[in-house]
Design a protein around this ligand. Sequence first.
Ligand SMILES: NC(=O)CC[C@H](N)C(=O)O
Length: 382
Amino acid sequence: MLVLEDGRRYEGRAYGARGRTLGEAVFATGMTGYQETLTDPSYAGQIVLQTAPHIGNTGVNDEDMESTRIWVAGYVVRDPSRVVSNFRAQRSLDDDLEKDGVVGISGIDTRAVTRHIRSFGAMRAGIFSGDEYELSQTEQLAAVRSGVEMAGQNLSSAVSTKEQYTVPAQGERIGTVAVLDLGVKTSTVNYLAERGFDVVVLPETVTGEQLVELAPDALFYSNGPGDPEASEAHVELLQTSLRSGTPFFGICFGNQLLGRALGFDTYKLPFGHRGINQPVLDRVTGRVEITSQNHGFAVDAPREGVVESPAGFGRVEVSHVSLNDDVVEGLRCLDIDAFSVQYHPEAAAGPHDSMYLFDRFRDMIVARTSSAAQATAEGESE
Ligand SMILES: NC(=O)CC[C@H](N)C(=O)O
């Protein structure tokens, strides 16, 4: 049984692990990429409904894992594939859901539930199977309503690496980027390494002193679960780093934390953006990108023109906006080397339209290093 906090109930068949799970019900509209969706740590604490009706047909493989496990709190699908058919498949999705203890439900008209959530907003929900299915309606609803709301939650420690690790640069090395792991995806780390960065992935508990000691050429904040308003320590760490002049790039949660560091607010969207065909306008180039997205919160910043950062970091502009609902999808600082996007340029899964952002980040570091080298050379020749 799938139970929403407003009392709606949907009966289906047990799928994945049996038992009870609670979380925030959200819908994802990607027609492909269920494995990348499920293993994206940003979905921790959420019961994900997949609008694509047929799920699991290509199975699961080790290469497409975006982290070490499935992170969703629960999984709601219409029609799980009875057979796995793909040359890359190593096992079935059902196997992985069970292995990671993820309670799911199938046989649900996920598009009908999506329309409900679209009208009434993302809300708390529960899936009850096995013995939990036997509980009374009142008991199940009470359990759902006793669950925690997504607003106000800090989930970084649940998903972040416990130990620092390094992924070495591929090809010509241009420098070191420190990645604050707030729920980072494997593809992001790989794309940074492919652009010549030694990628040092840091636990979310890293201190300002440790960061200074590491002295990276750049700082990166990853995507991740939870409410950015509940991540004050990461905002302060970022402010200190920006003040020291370290260049910055952030994705998704990282964009929200840059927004807060610059002195803007963040707020909860009614039902969020989750899918792989979300149109975004790059206001700098006038280009439209079809993007991969997964966010329930957004930055509240003036859309038009250049504004002063309320926290004193100079001029800022909203560089990207959603063409569906005008939500802020990117920020660019004009006086310091810092930018971020609310969507997922690593596109796992999704279209690769936004891959240029990783190049923009690399070019930013290369330009700084070469201008610093030039300044040193000029100093020496004098
Ligand atoms: N993918 C993400 O980084 C999500 C960020 C944040 N947890 C949100 O829901 O908006």
